[in-house]
Design a protein around this ligand. Structure first.
Ligand code: FAD
Length: 460
């Protein structure tokens, strides 16, 4: 007689020293992220959850869980702190949530680089690096809670991308230390382009244990809001200031009317109906920024020095990027959003044409940045007055018809979100790191295209 293979429920008995979470409410919460921003994902992911969660604190504990799951063929879904937007850490096929937030030691800063365990919160990383004269090159607006591993596994960039591009720009992420999912897990250090094959793959092709990243000299950023009566000068200011090479900044966020009205706690700084630009500027560049704003008819209505920001625990960063969507959703639950990437040389023309075509239904929120290749550009996190999925798809098509790239936030499939072909090397990396296909199954379509029998098992 052959022994029955262990099930997921046997794991806590097998590894009793680990911090297991079995309470259905807590497991349910740990199975979710911010996919509810999308009515489409909210519907498609309803009821999807893990059977158990575990919060390892050491590499040995991670190895023990991974080995047990690999032996028993149990799916494993990695989680940082679950601030992702696309159901990235929601398991489609049950199994175990591997919560990495307890594996969070800071490593070191040496010269212009830093290293830490994947579960470290970005705010904690920055707090450790700043006294040594450096800061992270990009902070997503969720930096207070989001982890370094989660940003690498599911994120894009954030404040700072105006100087350094997205994480994916060569030279930003220098190395990862990663674990394979096998009965005898292996640990491998990947550097440079090879490390980037694990980036933005939703934890499907390797368990990232540590990251080494390039840093930038720390600056005591001043935070300002500049308001305008009209769309065009506000856009021109954001674009001119954003691209001005001599004016040092970390963030330029353009919010067309009526978006500023959703920030009820900033109503004094953003009069009803205004168009606003939120900036983080270096103290020595503030005068130049103000001159530019005044020349275009803008008014600086809000200003906080870095010390004032720290003392108040309130930062404009938490109004930018997808925090804009969060603030707006608190006021109007009928909204959703899209993500778009303009053509660098045609950005202003595209933005104005789309504002003319869809203004009212689509509200323009732009984040200024450099592309992976270094071109100055902006990407949109436009707010949408949601009616139906068909109309949402039509809006995204209208954007594409104007030559704008859509990074669809209403899908949990890696390839569909990125709107481009997946590098076959990503799938090869998955074969090396996750030969049984246990990591976050169902999210990497290209894997199933190469494993038809596996696809049939997953959809059964
Ligand atoms: P999680 O959501 O827990 O995980 C993200 C993905 O990474 C999952 O697929 C997970 O399986 C995988 N993963 C986690 N840890 C590991 C690991 N150790 N190894 C391998 N894979 C792993 N994103 C931006 O890029 N810029 C922004 O400015 C930004 N603003 C946001 C604002 C709001 C209000 C919200 C809700 C989201 C925003 N996001 C933004 C998305 C998200 O916050 C970031 O990508 C964040 O860095 C994710 O970190 P996390 O720890 O929450 O990851």
């Amino acid at each position: 007689m052959t022994a029955t293979p262990p099930t997921v429920q046997d794991l806590p008995g097998q590894l009793p020293d680990l911090d297991w979470i079995a309470d259905p409410l807590r497991v349910g919460r740990l199975s979710q992220d911010f996919s509810w921003f999308s009515p489409v994902l909210k519907r498609d992911l309803a009821g999807k959850r893990a059977d158990l969660a575990v919060r390892p604190r050491t590499e040995d504990e991670i190895r023990a869980v991974v080995a047990a799951c690999a032996r028993a063929g149990i799916p494993l879904t990695l989680r940082g702190t679950g601030t992702g937007n696309y159901g990235q850490s929601t398991p489609l096929h049950g199994g175990v949530i591997l919560d990495m937030s307890g594996y969070n030691a800071f490593g070191w800063v040496r010269g212009g680089t830093g290293r830490a365990q994947a579960g470290i919160r970005l705010a904690d990383f920055d707090a450790q690096a700043r006294p040594q004269g450096h800061e992270l090159r990009w902070l997503p607006s969720t930096y207070r809670s989001a982890t370094l591993g989660g940003l690498f596994g599911g994120g894009f960039g954030g404040a700072g991308s105006i100087n350094h591009g997205p994480l994916a720009a060569p030279g930003n992420v220098l190395a990862v230390r990663a674990m394979t999912v096998e009965p005898e897990p292996q640990i491998v250090e990947l550097r440079g382009p090879e490390a980037m094959l694990l980036h933005h793959t939703y934890g499907t092709n390797g368990i990232v244990l540590e990251l080494e990243v390039a840093l930038t000299p720390a600056v005591a950023w001043t935070e300002c809001i500049v308001t305008f009566d009209a769309f065009d000068p506000a856009l021109e200011f954001a674009d001119r200031f954003g691209s001005a090479p001599g004016l040092q900044k970390k963030e330029v966020c353009f919010l067309a009317a009526p978006i500023p009205d959703y920030f009820t706690s900033l109503a004094d700084a953003m009069p009803r109906g205004c168009h606003a630009v939120m900036v983080l500027v270096a103290p020595h560049s503030e005068a130049g920024m103000r001159d530019m704003a005044a020349a275009l008819g803008g008014t600086v209505t809000y200003r906080k020095t870095a010390d004032e920001v720290e003392a108040s625990h309130k930062t404009l960063l938490e109004c930018t990027w997808n925090h804009t969507t969060l603030h707006a959703l608190k006021v109007d639950k009928g909204l959703t959003y899209i993500q778009s990437g303009f053509t660098p040389a045609r950005r202003i023309e595209q933005i104005k044409a789309l504002e003319a075509a869809l203004g009212g239904e689509v509200m323009m929120h732009l984040e200024f940045l450099r592309t992976k290749e270094g071109a100055f550009n902006c990407s949109g996190l436009q707010l949408i007055r949601y009616t139906t999925e068909e109309r949402l798809n039509e809006i995204m098509q209208i954007y594409r018809d104007h030559g704008v790239q859509i990074n669809n936030p209403h899908t949990y499939i890696v390839e569909d979100g990125k709107q481009n072909q997946l590098d076959p090397a990503v799938v090869a990396m998955k074969r090396r790191f996750d030969p049984q296909g246990l990591l976050n199954p169902g999210k990497l379509r290209s894997w199933y295209a190469q494993q038809p029998q596996e696809a049939a098992r997953q959809t059964a």
